[in-house]
Design a binder for this molecule. Structure first.
Ligand SMILES: NC(=O)c1ccc[n+]([C@@H]2O[C@H](COP(=O)([O-])OP(=O)(O)OC[C@H]3O[C@@H](n4cnc5c(N)ncnc54)[C@H](OP(=O)(O)O)[C@@H]3O)[C@@H](O)[C@H]2O)c1
Length: 237
């Protein structure tokens, strides 16, 4: 997909990776970007091609309202996400529901709402921000791991189902990225800007999957060779 022909909608775009994706889309000539967030700080959009829109991805009424406003979208970026730091035995049902309602059901609701729009606009793409934790579980991310693994599986169904509608599904599996989400975790991290640029490069190429940082690339290579070794390595982290 050519970025300069895109009309994009990015969820969770007020900070972190979502914000960097909006900036990168603008820098690479996107025609228009609907920057969606639960709340905005009242500041003007960074560019006159950016439109701030209100969206909680768990709120079907807000999604329906956005469908009415953003009928020209041909690129959906499902980025919004949440995490809880808790092991699987101590996780509460509320934590499970929170992670699944945003990371899985929010993505699904947005895909359902915008696939017909992208199809009507003669096709385009859907980018889904998953995680390297879709492949293997670190115990402290228990409910998040489960939500991202489920989301990965769903995204494979989306790819198969949307192919004939002219919608390409690009799945993205970041490793640690320097955002609020893991600010408390002491580990080498990639900048959101580098991650955003890798995603856009992936969109411009024929790729189906993007590993946007050095850790995710090396973990994926090792996982392909011996997934049990990665399972054990992550389990001990
Ligand atoms: N950081 C990492 O290391 C890492 C690694 C792999 C994958 N990811 C994934 O990358 C994506 C972006 O994460 P990030 O690192 O940029 O995290 P972040 O800085 O915590 O930002 C999360 C974004 O998601 C939004 N969000 C949360 N719940 C929402 C909801 N119900 N409706 C709409 N927006 C909602 C947040 O909005 P509010 O400001 O309103 O809370 C915020 O804009 C997530 O899907 C995350 O799982 C991150």
């Amino acid at each position: 997909m050519k970025i300069n022909q895109s009309v994009a909608l990015v969820t969770g775009s007020n900070r972190g990776i979502g914000k960097a994706i909006v900036e990168s889309l603008v820098a690479n000539g996107a025609k228009k970007v609907y920057a969606a967030a639960r709340t905005w700080d009242g500041k003007k959009p960074m560019n006159d091609r950016v439109i701030h829109v209100e969206l909680d991805v768990t709120d079907q009424k807000q999604i329906d309202a956005l469908v009415g406003k953003a009928g020209d979208v041909n690129l959906l970026v499902n980025n919004a996400g949440v995490v809880d730091f808790v092991d699987i035995i101590n996780a509460s049902e509320e934590q499970f529901q929170r992670n699944f309602s945003v990371n899985l059901f929010g993505m699904w609701k947005m895909a359902k709402a915008f696939a017909p729009i992208i199809e009507k606009n003669t096709g385009g793409a859907m980018v889904n921000i998953l995680s390297i934790l879709s492949f293997a579980s670190m115990p402290v991310f228990s409910v998040y791991n489960a939500s991202k693994a489920a989301a990965w599986s769903m995204c494979l169904s989306l790819r198969a189902t949307l192919k004939d509608k002219g919608i390409r599904v690009l799945n993205v599996f970041p490793g640690p990225v320097d955002t609020d989400m893991i600010s408390a975790v002491d580990i080498a991290k990639t900048s959101p800007k580098d991650v955003a640029n890798s995603i856009l490069a992936g969109l411009e190429s024929e790729k189906e999957d993007v590993f946007p940082d050095p850790m995710s690339e090396s973990v994926y290579d090792a996982w392909k060779k011996d997934h049990k070794q990665i399972e054990k390595q992550f389990a001990s982290m």
